[in-house]
Design a protein around this ligand. Structure first.
Ligand code: SAM
Length: 191
């Protein structure tokens, strides 16, 4: 079976530390050769070691068999359909609450042709979680067979924690969160 390529179109105005951590996590999930970060002019060595970094937008690469993961897409991705795509494209967009429909405006509608798009439920996930869910669907799982937790609380220091109002995939009963992100949040909270 040929593994699809997971493409993250960077759409934030800057390359935040948070985005770097998330993109590295995605590369760990899908493997370096299956992870492309597009629309990113960076020399950041941490990222370039982990994934293929491409300065152009994915919308200009002339790819075919592309599926954009968009919460606003009318259809949900199924295991059967997932087999026909070679490229899954995600927005490199940090979570916003309530969601601003940025994926539709800044990614799906920017392709020069009518690109296929699918949702994985209507609830917003972080980009790394969305990638992990698509990976499970590509392997044959139906969305209804996956388990989720909506909203997570990450403890920081004594009596302090941070809440994320997004949907997380449960793996072995635990929400999928990059350990590096937890360490980053704890460190940031100390200052
Ligand atoms: C944190 S989300 C940002 C979504 C953004 N707030 C919006 O309104 O479009 C980052 C990316 O993960 C993917 N994603 C997250 N949840 C999704 C869902 N329920 N269905 C499809 N894609 C999703 C999309 O590719 C999205 O661009």
């Amino acid at each position: 079976m040929i593994m699809p390529i997971y493409i993250i179109e960077h759409l934030e105005p800057k390359l935040w530390e948070w985005s770097i951590i998330e993109y590295k996590h995605i590369a760990q999930l899908v493997g370096k050769s299956n992870c492309w970060i597009t629309h990113l002019k960076t020399t950041n060595p941490k990222l370039r070691q982990q994934a293929k970094v491409i300065p152009q937008s994915v919308t200009k690469l002339g790819l075919s068999k592309v599926c954009v993961l968009d919460p606003e897409a009318p259809k949900m991705l199924t295991p059967l359909e997932a087999k026909k795509f070679d490229y899954f494209v995600f927005g490199g967009i940090l979570g916003d609450h309530p969601a601003q429909k940025r994926t539709k405006k800044e990614l799906t509608q920017q392709f020069p042709f009518l690109v296929e798009s699918r949702n994985i439920g209507k609830v917003q996930m972080s980009t790394d979680n969305a990638v992990a869910v698509v990976q499970e669907i590509v392997k044959g799982a139906k969305f209804s067979e996956l388990h989720f937790q909506d909203e997570i609380e990450i403890p920081l220091q004594k009596n302090e924690s941070v809440l994320f109002p997004y949907r997380y995939l449960l793996r072995e009963g635990k929400p999928l969160v990059s350990p590096e992100l937890i360490a980053y949040l704890k460190k940031k909270n100390k200052f």
